[in-house]
Design a protein around this ligand. Sequence first.
Ligand code: ATP
Length: 317
Amino acid sequence: MDKLVVKNINKVFENGDGIRDISFKVKKGEFVTLLGPSGCGKTTILRAIGGFNQIDSGSIALDNQEIHHIKPENRPTSMVFQSYNLWPHMNIYRNLAFGLKIRKMKKKDMDKKIKDTLDMLHIRDQIKKYPKQLSGGQKQRVAIARSLVLEPSVLLLDEPFSALDAKIRKEMRKEIKRIQLETGITIVFVTHDQEEAMGLSDRIIVMNKGTIEQIGTPNEVYENPSTYFVANFMGEMNFLQVNGQRIGFRPEDIVIEEQGMYRATIIASTLVGHYVSVDCMIHDEKVVLYVSKELSTVCQKGNEIGFSVTNEHVYAS
Ligand SMILES: Nc1ncnc2c1ncn2[C@@H]1O[C@H](COP(=O)(O)OP(=O)(O)OP(=O)(O)O)[C@@H](O)[C@H]1O
């Protein structure tokens, strides 16, 4: 079942930046990520869904109801901002209670809901603290709890872990995935980190310069990048100019064989754990090949090797 349907939305700012003709659907319980470089329009889309950006044209529907005319506070969505946006003068309990009071929830029900949500995020012991007394990771947990407590129809997460250090960031990724599996909530997530997108998402929407380049599962986007931009953006990809076409292939999608399609001269070879990363030149173009450790003697600097490509992509050059 489609939970969220974004149809042909446009939002162009006065300076000409913005998003153009954006359409995608998100199923109930799905984790969908908007991925792309800085400035490609990810946040603009998320803010449009949350109601913080008025769209110029197109429509946004949740559960078959158009929502793009509704004020953000009345939409059944909740957004977690990059900067947390916690209320500094309220303790954690009151930060979470705020939205529930507006909904006139009874005190007893509200207490239970807040405690259960803080339990889920492992921060119930922080309930009386104020935001400034919390670490970055704890603040992020409170911000997520404050959204979850409202039981939104869709949870919107804008680069929620960008301010956290690498270790906490990894922890929070696991947490958000666990929470999603536990609650079955539908999530639209924004990141420019392809590893984060690959690890968390059911589907990824790859964006570039205000438009969508490709929508697919992490595997589809990685194995079959449909445009040169996606091929270049997602993971490591070699490109060669062959007969006026641009051929792309991943360093791992090769076999070393004497009679292979390509001949290359090795310029460097580095053991990386269980495989060897081999830098080669094919005429004046550099490519990187990953080969198994057993072949390291063949793949020495200065040697000439033959190889074939097992998964090749062709793009217009
Ligand atoms: N209120 C605004 N007024 C003018 N231009 C804006 C406004 N908001 C965003 N933009 C521009 O629109 C483009 C898309 O911005 P957006 O914040 O959506 O990108 P993003 O992909 O989320 O980037 P980042 O990863 O850096 O947050 C950018 O060029 C940005 O400068």
